[in-house]
Write a protein that binds this ligand. Sequence first.
Ligand code: T5A
Length: 223
Amino acid sequence: MNVIDNKGEMMADVDHPMGMFITFEGTEGAGKTTQINRVKTFLEAEGFEVVTTREPGGTALGEKIRGLLLQDDMTQMTELLLMFAARAEHLDKVIIPAISAGKWVLCDRFTESSYAYQGYARGISLEKIAVLENLIQGSLRPDCTFWFDIPIIEGMKRVQNRGEKDRFEVENLAFFEAVSEGFRSLSKERFLQFYKIDALLSVDEVSDSIYQRLRELIAQYGR
Ligand code: T5A
């Protein structure tokens, strides 16, 4: 796989195979974080080096930005730009170095969340988000996005006893329905990248479904 980074430089070629970039998306309480920890164990047992990370966050500065995003009042455009500011830092310092070194990066949310939350739910135009995506990422896109599809109410039930809610968790049902619709639309547009998970299944059943897809990716792209 050849990838041009956000400075227009070739990151790797066939003589220097890269790792894989896997992302996990879905609405609140869908079970992404639970599965990332299991997938790490699965891939390490297959002999891969694995980096787990999350967005917003993943770097020291990114985690500070996450604190602002989850707590502070701000305009919708500020929210979008902060998501991408944290992402630029994350790509340069964590994601690109890891995949260039042949590691698998497992990332809890990525740009597809920006489309779903800031685009479909907040109402910022998808074209503006695409401009930022191209600016910050160049041609880099996740090799596979596991989309955890769950009825909003069921996800909310799973996280309702978690204490104080952040700035996204206090949004209403219509907001999260729009987020969910966003992921559904993206899964159709990016059908080669998206892999739908029925997040209502048990933890073990969800893992099995993910491992099945990962085995296919390993067979396809090799080691
Ligand atoms: N955001 C993020 C944007 O708006 N734009 C962006 O560009 C980005 C990157 C981040 C917020 O930022 C927004 C979206 C988010 O609102 P977050 O803390 O990362 O916030 O929020 P979530 O990713 O939604 O984290 P959650 O913890 O709510 O959801 P998870 O990770 O999907 O769920 P998990 O694994 O923590 O599980 C929740 C509970 O369910 C149980 C678990 O044990 C746990 O108790 N569970 C299951 N129960 C039954 N069956 C299963 N299969 C289960 N799997 C897990």
